[in-house]
Write a protein that binds this ligand. Structure first.
Ligand SMILES: [Ca+2]
Ligand SMILES: [Ca+2]
Ligand SMILES: [Ca+2]
Length: 441
């Protein structure tokens, strides 16, 4: 049975591109200390000194929305503030600790004090996963000053007889996470994607972590992802009308190519299955770029960038070009919603309106660094060219309109009279044109 619900993509939680390789950054403790912002924080710090001692230094989360060592928030929504505080003991600065306090008049009382799971805090977020009015605390840590080695800890909050308890429940290594209703039953789970590069097989996993009504936190499902994945880049979710929530995982399978795996819960099979009905579903999404899937036409449904040979060409060499079809999944098939032409030789992408399909074709003149866009009779509608900056001189290019300068390269276009008669407008071309930055292999 499916209830109505809202998919929550925790963009604050989806921590973006996984850090590849070792990214070591050591910040001094001094740089992370700051004076209290408010009188309330000053009182809080006094209480912390009394409860934990003076020989501590505060530590701030380094990413995410909240960069403060002290987060004041009403975790159990009873009108009384709680504080979540990250710090190190000065005689053991290698382990960040987390304490939770609750306000009592001017004073603060200690609820819990935990040894953290790393020597740095990346993010702190709050999410009531089991809908019991007590927010779980989601903390991500990095280990050995290496932000590519990340761990997620969930601390469950539970209010009984007006008394808040916070307990440490689960810790998982992870690269990416998001919060969603993966089963479509109105309950939220935490999705945790992790690539364990030390393993040979089953190294890439997507775990679904749930919190029961009595605050038991457990791994509900573990999905093995494509073994070729070397680097997870993004998790996103959508909900097609009348369908199941879908989970999208973008990943690199080599330095220069990416795939998207899409899975959804299947009630009959009691398992997660591919949303794309093809035995080689991931291969269909293989592309030589870092592009991740996104809702490109802003209709709430995610599109996957699918790379296809550029058949829209006439008498020309377009071997270093391809068509990018942004496809949504409809009835388990990939259905193009938007087209882009990618010129890898000149490193740009041109949005290609649907109505141009089968009407406008590419005729390349690569030696002149120009692509003409022509009709079936090879009448030129418009041209897009590139030249070095020093060559750029509008007087040498009749009616040319500069599109963009990228480094030493100037991109420009011209529209012919025939093109204008057929509705081609320079202002549109300027909107359709983008230079590819670090996206091409
Ligand atoms: Ca409270
Ligand atoms: Ca809760
Ligand atoms: Ca869309």
């Amino acid at each position: 049975m499916k209830k109505a619900f809202a998919v929550i993509i925790a963009s604050a939680l989806a921590l973006g591109v996984m850090l590849s390789g070792c990214s070591v950054e050591i910040r001094s403790i001094d740089s992370l200390m700051r004076p209290p912002h408010t009188a309330m924080e000053a009182e809080l710090q006094k209480s912390i000194s009394a409860l934990i001692g003076d020989e501590i230094s505060y530590r701030s989360p380094e990413s995410g929305e909240d960069h403060s060592a002290i987060t004041i928030r009403d975790i159990n929504r009873d009108g009384v503030n709680e504080a979540v505080v990250f710090y190190v003991k000065n005689d053991d600065a290698s382990t960040v600790r987390m304490c939770v306090l609750t306000q009592s008049g001017k004073d603060w009382l200690l609820v819990s004090d935990f040894t953290g799971n790393g020597n740095g805090v990346l993010t702190v977020n709050f999410e009531d996963l089991n809908d019991d009015n007590d927010e779980e605390i989601l903390v991500t840590w990095f280990i050995f000053n290496d932000k590519s080695q990340k761990k997620l800890s969930i601390y469950a909050a539970d209010t009984q007889n007006n008394s808040l308890k916070v307990s440490s429940c689960i810790s998982e290594p992870y690269n990416l996470m998001a919060v969603t209703d993966a089963y479509g039953d109105g309950e939220k789970q935490l999705l945790v994607a992790y690539s364990n590069i030390t393993k040979e097989i089953d190294k890439n996993t997507l775990k679904l972590i749930g919190v029961s009504k009595d605050n038991e936190i457990s791994i509900l499902n573990e999905i093995i992802l494509d073994n070729r994945i070397i680097n997870l880049t993004s998790i996103s979710t959508d909900l097609p009308p009348g369908g199941n929530p879908r989970l999208y995982v973008d990943a690199h399978v080599s330095d220069k190519s990416s795939i998207t795996q899409v899975i959804e819960w299947n009630e009959e099979q009691r398992n997660f299955v591919s949303s794309i009905n093809d035995t080689n579903a991931a291969d269909l999404t293989l592309r030589s770029s870092n592009l991740i899937c996104k809702d490109i036409d802003k209709d709430g449904i995610i599109e996957i960038p699918i790379q296809k040979p550029l058949s829209e060409s006439i008498n020309s060499d377009t071997s270093l070009a391809y068509l990018l079809e942004w496809c949504e999944i409809k009835d388990s098939d990939l259905v193009p919603q938007e087209y882009h032409i990618v010129n890898m030789l000149e490193n740009y992408t041109l949005y290609f309106p649907k109505e141009w399909k089968n009407k406008i074709f590419v005729k390349s003149d690569n030696s002149a660094r120009t692509w003409h866009f022509v009709d079936a009779e090879e009448n030129v509608f418009f041209s897009i060219s590139a030249c070095m900056f020093e060559e750029w001189d509008e007087s040498n290019f009749d009616n040319a309109q500069m599109l963009m300068i990228q480094g030493e390269t100037v991109y420009f276009c011209t529209v012919t009279d025939v093109g204008a008669e057929n509705g081609i407008v320079i202002a549109d071309l300027m909107n359709y044109f983008t230079v590819n930055i670090n996206s091409q292999g």
